[in-house]
Write a new protein. Structure first.
Length: 244
């Protein structure tokens, strides 16, 4: 049986003396979409920041066979981890295409042949970015900024794409477009760890899900199973799901 792409054991992390994560255990297989849902303040973003090495953490994180203990953020990126943060963190005074090219830094450093051809893949995925490739990133709409943030991460050809609240603050039509993109990436075999408050949309695209509350997993299981769990319906999906 193949080893998981990502394996996390007894993960603790927080801010200063305030511990947010109280011993998470989970794994993600290659070509799998795993989602973590939960309320504000549950520790969802903290989980991603701990995995990327942005926050100090205790516990064991193994990525693609490499123990990440003591491995800095830059090396985690080079190993193939890519994070699309909640605030997107784009270079607003640079053109769309320049932001994307910067995202190809890992592929360039690894001397991947024709790494710039990844631009064509991103533009196929997000035609609107191609239309706006010369436009300053800071002038894009919220949905376009999210597309650019995802596209920039894909330019590195990551082994694992981590998305932090990709639907946050976006109009419903744009949210549907973002989740259609996640479905396409899943079909292309991209491994994704999806952090979301929009539980319904997240469970619809994921293979497996975890419910995070106050730093610990309260529930987990196949996404379809979680979507029909009465506790998840009551707390995260609303009464409408009961008759679905």
């Amino acid at each position: 049986m193949a080893e998981p792409l990502l394996s996390v054991t007894d993960l603790h992390a927080g801010y200063g003396r305030a511990e947010v994560l109280t011993g998470l255990n989970f794994h993600l297989d290659a070509r799998q979409v795993v989602t973590v849902i939960g309320p504000n303040g549950a520790g969802k973003s903290t989980t991603l920041n701990a995995l990327m090495g942005i926050l100090p953490a205790r516990g064991k994180i193994v990525f693609d066979g490499v123990d990440l203990s003591g491995v800095p953020l830059e090396e985690r990126v080079m190993l193939g981890m890519a994070l699309v943060p909640e605030k997107r963190e784009l270079f607003g005074t640079m053109a769309v295409e320049d932001n994307l090219v910067l995202g190809g830094f890992r592929a360039m450093r690894l001397k991947v042949p024709n790494w710039r051809s990844e631009l064509d893949r991103v533009y196929t995925l997000f035609p609107r970015l191609q239309e706006r490739r010369a436009q300053l990133a800071g002038t894009l709409s919220g949905g376009e900024r999210q597309m650019l943030a995802v596209g920039r991460a894909l330019m590195s050809r990551p082994k694992l794409l981590m998305l932090d609240e990709p639907s946050l603050g976006l109009a419903p039509l744009v949210v549907r477009e973002i989740f259609r993109t996640i479905e396409r990436l899943r079909a292309d075999g991209v491994s994704i760890l999806l952090i979301e408050q929009n539980a319904r949309a997240a469970l619809d695209v994921a293979d497996y899900g975890h419910v995070l509350e106050t730093g610990a997993f309260m529930l987990e299981g196949p996404a379809a199973q979680l979507a029909s769990d009465p506790r998840v319906i009551e707390t995260y999906l609303g009464a409408a799901r009961k008759g679905a």
